[in-house]
Write a protein that binds this ligand. Structure first.
Ligand code: HPA
Length: 280
């Protein structure tokens, strides 16, 4: 696969989806590590395995079963991406964000992204939900921005603004839904790192110092590409582990722990997302 996905490849993938479903959703949902069972609630679903879609990057990680689920949630047509690919798997930024480009081609204008993240903010507990209100794109700042490469001016500008990547109205809606359902919803800045190794204590101290509340290995490239194309974005992290610079002996972070806590959070996250969809 070439480093940069072309407009023609995006069109071919979008056409393949249109041929396999009658749904034309305006809302897209991306489900992160351990959160894929949220797609089970989608009614009358058309299921499209990533492997059946041209040019679509396929995931190699446990907990990321790769398929698109198109159907209705709360009577709204949705496209749910069950599983995603990550930069650490060896794909380029353009490849990992290709699904968002295809969603834009399909007419999706609202994107809800979920992920698993390590909690840096000392007030956070494992199992908390955190609304993302800002991000630090470490890879982007260091030269791996997903918009690097040819720009399609018909999709978005060469130098897009990023002052409010996470839609203030959607955030306020999410807080209202959380309050009405007695769900504690934290809010904070998500630091995007490449992984796949978890952070050293020194790296965690650094991330805390620069203002991050949570750290994870996904979501941000999709947000940048979504905003470039003018989508409204809502991002929700599930704090699956405490990323503390001074862990107690035996308190190491493991992928197993991330998946298990993710599963415990799913019912609460599902309720929150259903409430948000009802009011969209
Ligand atoms: N660090 C980075 N990514 C993560 C973590 C973490 O502690 N937990 C879940 N994803």
């Amino acid at each position: 696969m070439d480093q940069f996905i072309t407009t023609q490849q995006i069109d071919e993938a979008a056409d393949a989806i249109r041929r396999r479903t009658a749904y034309a959703p305006r809302i897209g949902l991306v489900l992160g590590s351990g959160l894929s069972s949220l797609a089970d609630a989608v009614m009358d679903a058309d299921i499209l395995p990533f492997a059946a879609l041209p040019h679509w990057p396929t995931s190699t990680v446990a907990g990321h079963s790769g398929r698109l689920v198109l159907g209705t949630l709360e009577e709204k047509p949705v496209l749910v991406m069950q599983g995603r690919v990550h930069f650490y798997e060896g794909y380029s930024m353009s490849q990992i964000t290709m699904p968002v480009r295809v969603m834009q081609r399909l007419g999706i204008d609202t994107l809800i992204l979920t992920n698993a993240a390590g909690g840096l903010n000392p007030d956070f507990l494992a199992g908390d939900l955190m609304l993302i209100n800002n991000h630090i794109n470490f890879l982007g700042l260091a030269g791996n921005n997903p918009l690097r490469g040819p720009n399609d001016d018909t999709v978005g500008p060469r130098f897009p603004d990023m002052t409010a990547p996470y839609d203030p109205e959607l955030r306020s809606l999410a807080h209202n839904v959380a309050a009405s359902q007695d769900i504690t919803l934290r809010e904070g800045t998500y630091a995007y790192v490449a992984g796949p190794s978890y952070e050293t204590p020194a790296e965690l101290r650094f991330l805390l110092t620069v203002g991050a509340d949570a750290v994870g290995m996904s979501t941000v490239p999709s947000v940048v590409v979504a905003r470039h194309g003018g989508m409204r974005v809502l991002g929700i992290s599930t704090i699956t582990n405490l990323a503390t610079p001074d862990p107690a002996p035996g308190q190491e972070t493991s992928h197993q722990e991330v998946l298990e806590v993710g599963r415990i959070v799913v019912p609460r996250l599902t309720r929150l997302i259903h409430g948000i969809l009802q009011r969209l």
